[in-house]
Design a protein around this ligand. Structure first.
Ligand code: CA2
Length: 145
């Protein structure tokens, strides 16, 4: 059974509480349920987690080397700033798929650069929270070859 980690970065715990015009009205708990349903349909083991702390995200990525076959990562604003997260992804063999709820290329200029993209197997963005389900499926397909 494939093991997939869905890892969320800073402020995504606020999903559904503010900026619904950008991120929609689903909460992070709703997104977790969506991912769990997708995983169940695919026969995948899934862990869903969130942290506001860069070092905790680095720790989770390092641990994914042994604990997971693939990672779906929405690194939040650290996407645009964190060399530490980029280095952690580069340091592990576990494939990482980058995910964003919003279309980061349609927003402020500073969101157009992603440190994660240079080390991710691919990226899904702009499809709302449904992107999480698509990303879990895409990671499953990637792992199954
Ligand atoms: O579109 C995405 O998924 C982002 O990764 C979300 C990040 C943002 O910094 C990235 O540029 C794009 C922000 C997550 C903050 O989420 C909130 C949700 C509701 C209310 C406030 C923040």
């Amino acid at each position: 059974m494939q093991r997939i980690l869905v890892l969320n970065g800073p402020n995504l715990n606020l999903l559904g509480q503010r900026q619904p015009e950008v991120y929609g009205s689903a909460t992070l708990a709703d997104v977790k349920t969506l991912c769990e349903q997708t995983a169940k349909n695919l026969g995948v083991q899934l862990k869903f987690s969130q942290s506001n702390h860069e070092g905790e995200l680095v720790d989770a990525l390092q641990a994914a080397q042994s604990d997971f076959d693939g990672v779906v990562l929405n690194a939040g604003a650290f996407t645009h700033t964190s060399i530490a997260i980029m280095d952690a992804i580069a340091a592990i063999d576990t494939p990482v798929l980058e995910l964003h709820i919003s279309n980061i290329h349609k927003r402020e200029d500073f969101r157009r650069h992603s440190y994660v993209s240079s080390v991710a197997i691919g990226m899904i963005c702009g499809l709302g929270v449904n992107g999480y389900s698509l990303a879990v499926r895409a990671m499953f397909d990637h792992l199954e070859g």
